[in-house]
Design a protein around this ligand. Sequence first.
Ligand SMILES: [Zn+2]
Length: 382
Amino acid sequence: MDIADQALVKKLNQKLLLNEILKNSPISRAKLSEITGLNKSTVSSQVNTLIEEKLIFEIGQGQSTGGRKPVMLIFNKNAGYSIGIDIGVDYINGILTDLEGNIVLDMYYDLADSSPEITKDILFKIVKHFISHMPDSSYGLIGIGVCVPGLVDRNEKIIFTPNSNWSNIDLKTLIQQEFNVSVFIENEANAGAYGEKIFGAAKNYDNIIYVSISTGIGIGIIINNELYRGVNGFSGEMGHMTIDFNGPKCSCGNRGCWELYASEKALLKSFQKKNNTISYQEIIDLAHQNDVEILNLLQNFGHYLGIGLTNILNTFNPQAVILRNNIIESHSMVLNSIRNSVSSRTYPELDNHYELLPSSLGKNAAALGASSIAIEYFLDMV
Ligand SMILES: [Zn+2]
């Protein structure tokens, strides 16, 4: 083996060990050797490197099976910090996390104007705030993950956002030039799916569909634990599948799209026919007070969601569908109405073979996913 190959093997072993420490921390050197099949001297020398690199550290002593008690190794979650930013149509949600995805700081802005210039300025403001309030650490800020509700291509360029009308924006380069760290741009539903997979409701599933229901509807697809992005990165635009071919025209160019019936925007529109000043928060509050009219409209919302979800279940046959939406998360009646709508339309054989779950990370799902994309890249590179 030549020197380059030896260095590569070392790097791969180190990565393997770091991965196991991440999953099983605290863990002893002996246990690492047993799990990875690497011999004890390799484990010992690679562990020393990881300690020198401040990515792991030793703590006290673990359970002894007789003889000398082993020293335990722990992943150093405070070796650096990552930023996740979710740019919505009318908000920006930013979080600073440690390397295990625990939220250290957060900032939320309502966006009155979602033009790229204004949004970029607020994004920069959030990042600067996080950098100046970040705890001291060995690696400092390791990266920034940003997600947007629209099409992001394989080069992470924002091609189009149907509900806020951005086209061809290279936000990645702008952020990189300003802050000089690794930047990742991802579609919002993909980031949310990733967040739920790593930290949330999808943790124990290998094949899931994440459905983000906000101003529009987007889905994130995880197949065998990996995000499926499609050839160009445009997968998951199921908010724009037609559920009524004679339906109204949509901003995407199609007609009768699912999100015209089952998004937050559609829900709000149906309420505003009766009361044109009602806000989304007031709807949630009235639903909690069991207002009959509101409950009827929510029942309809669940019904329309069920129609699109049936198409999704028939297409992907996933283990679980995770639904991200404030009303669904806070009002079990909507989830029941979705369940009824779905089970009245799917094959009976499918009925007991999927889970329909509300998001467990709520409004932070996408920002957490974006942050963890940056963390994963950092840990892969060290
Ligand atoms: Zn559409």
